[in-house]
Design a protein around this ligand. Structure first.
Ligand code: NPW
Ligand code: FMN
Ligand code: PLP
Ligand code: K
Length: 531
């Protein structure tokens, strides 16, 4: 009987862990009914608890975003450019920049460099001209189709700016019949919120061509998918189907029927008085970004997700013979390229049962003596390393198509080294290290927070915060490195460095001079690996 109960409990725990429906018999169902799978939290002292998923931050709920009527959009435009002191040039610059940054978020220039901005006669067209200029500076190759130009100085200026960058202007007649041959992205900046009636020439024919495009190029519509009714959307059906819509200021009513994968909001200039007057509910823009994704996250075909790595070749004579030097070279280049957390690395350990586990840690120094990081010795990784003092480190510098693997034995750093590093950290992190019995189960955030508050008060006089005994550094002494530089068609450059006690001894054979590996002094041996 006890075995049966134990098995049932084990199954319940594993079902929880893997978020699957519990394998329960109808007899026992009642005791679990009030809980849904995502609400089941098992904690050390509380058993099952329920947590609300509403507290997850940064989820942009499309239902909570406001939509504007055509009249409201025009009114806001007038208010911004009247009493609120904006000029049309300013708003257009910010709108165009928002469009360019939205495009760059989704369509990377390495794959979608050839952009055609089709610009209409009004401000929507102006947004397209500005976006094209920014895209040029972001590394894209824009072309412009701008058939109905206005003589206002704002627009002639935008054209001159593009011409000075040698951005080509293409007439409607010169556009290729099949736009997908020459372009990867089409920016639809034909009509904005002042569109009314049915499209007139030459835009009617252009819009018809956009309606019949196949998968590529992708269409990015600025503010309104051109040809759609500003409020009713694609009410007659058969209108263009943009892949991306960049709504400006706030989405217009037609955006409710946008069903493409990427809906962004731009125009980060709405003052509180406008937001209040029109009861605008708008998502907050992250960091310094000029755009924010709204609506549902895109559905993706995971099996089709791939990047073709394009980088300079890494040839034998370009690799340093000392792997630590090679690592320093790449590390410095990654820092210089402005990559975020260049020193973040995956650390893999195994326990005594040879079961591996990985997590990220921060590299805090390296030289010929090894690679160091700091942590809690009683954590999972700490206990793994006591049971098996060997580990693997992994760096992936995505923007540079580079990966570095490092393996070797691991030892604890001296107390003195750990003390020195611990006291160099921000005081909050020092207290955090005392509070966190890393990798143990906590009943709730309040437990951590309460102790943190208490210790913050205790050390508010600036006195030394003692390092917990169980906190310190590890040093991995490499006996293996691999440097990986991504290349097209998966034919990557890979160099394996192994530290072995051998030497190459020349031997003569029938086919000439060859070398064989013999025992000798330890040295780094470099070999190229197949990708
Ligand atoms: N604060 C904001 O909101 C900001 C707004 N900004 C941007 O401004 C956009 C609104 O600009 P907008 O008012 O100039 O109108 P828009 O739609 O571009 O063009 C009107 C032109 O199209 C013409 N036209 C109309 N219907 C037509 C038809 N059926 N067939 C042919 N032509 C037709 C019309 O001519 P008309 O009919 O009047 O003779 C006129 O020449 C907005 O969507 C956003 O992108 C940002 O720049 C900055 C911040
Ligand atoms: C980018 C990044 C850097 C991290 N750096 C460290 C670190 O330097 N030391 C550390 O103990 N945990 C670090 N963590 C947290 C670890 O990934 C991990 O959650 C924690 O150390 C517990 O791991 P364990 O239970 O396997 O021992 C970092 C996490 C991330 C995402
Ligand atoms: C739990 C934990 N410990 C230590 C660190 C490293 O922090 P520091 O750079 O202050 O040493 C991190 C970094 O993310 C961490 O999450
Ligand atoms: K448009």
């Amino acid at each position: 009987m006890r075995t049966v109960i134990r098995r049932r409990v084990t199954r319940m725990i594993s079902a929880f862990l893997f978020q699957q429906p519990l394998p329960i018999s109808p007899k026992h169902q009642y005791s679990l009914l009030p809980l849904t799978t995502t609400q089941r939290f098992l904690t050390a002292s509380h058993g099952f608890r329920t947590l609300s998923t509403k507290s997850i931050p940064n989820m942009q709920d499309s239902a909570s975003v406001s939509y504007l009527s055509q009249r409201e959009a025009a009114e806001i435009d007038e208010t911004l450019m009247g009493p609120l002191g904006f000029s049309v040039d300013q708003l257009m610059e910010l709108a165009g920049l928002s469009v360019a940054t939205s495009v760059a978020e989704v369509y990377k220039p390495c794959e979608y460099s050839r952009v055609l901005a089709i610009c209409g006669p009004g401000n929507n067209g102006g947004d397209g001209l500005v976006a094209a200029r920014h895209l040029h500076h972001f590394g894209y190759k824009p072309s412009i189709c701008y058939p109905k130009r206005t003589s206002k100085s704002l627009y002639t200026g935008l054209v001159t700016q593009l011409e000075s960058l040698s951005v080509p202007f293409v007439s409607v007649e010169d556009l290729p019949e099949d736009l997908s041959v020459d372009f990867d992205v089409i920016i639809d900046a034909i009509f904005g919120f002042s569109f009314h009636g049915a499209p007139r020439p030459p835009f009617d024919a252009i819009i018809r061509r956009l309606q019949t495009l196949q998968k590529r190029p992708v269409i990015v519509s600025v503010d309104i998918p051109s040809g759609w009714h500003v409020e009713d959307g694609d009410h007659e059906g058969g209108g263009i189907k943009p892949d991306m819509l960049v709504s400006l200021t706030a989405p217009k009513l037609c955006a409710k029927s946008f069903s493409g994968p990427h809906h962004f909001l731009g125009g980060r200039f709405v003052p509180p008085s406008v937001a209040e007057k029109y009861k605008l509910e708008l998502p907050s823009y992250p960091g310094t970004s000029m755009c924010v994704r709204i609506g549902k996250p895109p559905k993706v075909d995971i099996s089709a997700m791939r990047v073709n790595y394009v980088s300079p070749e890494l040839l034998e004579d370009q690799v340093e013979s000392d792997p630590v030097l090679q690592f320093r070279k790449w590390f410095d280049e990654a820092v210089a390229a402005g990559l975020r957390e260049t020193n973040a690395m995956a650390l893999s350990t195994t326990n005594k049962d040879r079961k591996p586990s990985s997590r990220m840690v921060l590299l805090k120094g390296f030289d010929e003596n090894g690679f160091v990081w700091f942590t809690n010795y009683e954590s999972k990784k700490g206990s793994d390393l006591s049971e098996n003092p060997f580990a693997a480190l992994l760096f992936y510098w995505e923007d540079m198509n580079r990966q570095v693997r490092i393996e070797g034995p691991v030892e604890r750093m001296s107390e003195e080294e750990s003390e020195n590093y611990y006291h160099s950290r921000p005081r909050g992190s020092q207290i955090g290290a005392i509070v966190s019995k890393q990798s143990s189960v906590v009943p709730g955030r309040h437990v951590l927070y309460d102790e943190y508050e208490e210790l913050t008060k205790k050390y508010s006089d600036g006195s030394v915060i003692p390092k917990p005994k169980n906190w310190g550094g590890f040093r991995l002494k490499p006996n293996l490195f691999e440097f990986w530089q991504g290349q097209p068609s998966r034919l990557h450059d890979r160099y394996l460095f192994t530290y072995i006690a051998v030497s190459w001894r020349p031997i003569r054979s029938l086919s000439g001079l060859q070398y064989s590996l013999q025992e000798g002094n330890p040295a780094w041996i470099i070999r190229r690996l197949a990708p």
